[in-house]
Design a protein around this ligand. Sequence first.
Ligand code: IPE
Ligand code: IPE
Ligand code: MG
Length: 247
Amino acid sequence: MTEENSPVPKHIAIIMDGNGRWAKQRHQPRFMGHRAGVKAVERIIKQCIERNVSVLSLFAFSSENWKRPTKEVSLLMELFSIALKQQVKRMHSNNIRLKILGDISKFSTSLQTQIRESELLTENNTGLQVNVAANYGGRWDVTQAVQALATKVCSGELKPEDITEDSINNELTTSGIFEPDLFIRTGGEQRVSNFLLWQLAYTELFFTDTLWPDFDSEDLDDAIASFSKRERRYGKTSEQLQGQEDA
Ligand code: IPE
Ligand code: IPE
Ligand code: MG
């Protein structure tokens, strides 16, 4: 947990929304919006490195997005695979560590292999950590953590009373990664859509109407400027934080 006020968020989590509407505005198929969205991903990675952000978590495909038309889903899978092919070497040479969050067992075996190879290639890198949430759902994440803990209880490895927030944290897909400081959702909707539910407990939220493919460095700076003005109290009073009362 990062209980401190810092002007630059160490971990930024983004719901990259609005690709479809971006394409619609241009009388193009939705897929073109997703393609432009990938370009915006390349940009935000560069901008986060320039701003010394440590972790960037991007929501790319939710566990609910399977409900979309089959054609859109298969185009998104194809795009994911192409983007990995094109980007991973460059990410590696930029010292980026890539991690996929989500239930990848639902993907084709070739995509699963690609994901594992990309993670393996970059696992010892020490620069920006990029988490891509794919077939991810916050409820799924908590459920799989509970299952892992229940298995340990059944085998006698763990007592029910030893289950703590820390032991749940350790079983989440984000284990070992500090919680997001700043959450950004583009595209105008003001909801969390089953992203990092547990992890967002004390994250500062920022919503913008900018559609994801249009999100640029100015938008990022706006979000960071808004973040830097927030007082993160974590339940304490303002006076306590300013040292006027006992901590
Ligand atoms: C976000 O953009 C990308 C994914 C969910 C894969 P959308 O595709 O949801 O775009 P809108 O919300 O329809 O504009
Ligand atoms: C959330 O966007 C998921 C991703 C950006 C990957 P959606 O567009 O799927 O969210 P809802 O359906 O509007 O809540
Ligand atoms: Mg959307």
